[in-house]
Design a protein around this ligand. Structure first.
Ligand code: FES
Length: 87
């Protein structure tokens, strides 16, 4: 995956490449069968808060209350750079 090249998320499954543009990290994780915690899926409950180990994100829809520095809400954020998350 190299999000800097496409401006989104890339996934290759069984040789078929899919691009995810303007897709939240939560949706991408689900597409990859990566288990995550979530509830509201709209940036309200903070159940999906996840530590960012490396990289930057942007919010597709700004959350009501931003999480602490160094963490992100998976349900409303997308990558701005390549990312490493503590899922
Ligand atoms: S699932 Fe509620 S804030 Fe992300």
């Amino acid at each position: 995956m190299n999000s800097q090249d496409s401006g989104g998320l890339g996934l290759v499954v069984a040789g078929r490449e899919e691009d995810f543009v303007d897709v939240a990290l939560l949706e991408f994780a689900e597409a990859c069968d990566v288990p995550t915690r979530y509830s509201c899926r709209s940036g309200v409950c903070h159940t999906c808060v996840t530590a960012v180990i490396e990289g930057k994100t942007d919010y597709l829809e700004p959350p009501l209350e931003a999480p602490a520095d160094g963490s992100v809400l998976l349900c409303t954020a997308a990558p701005h750079t390549d990312l490493v998350l503590d899922l």
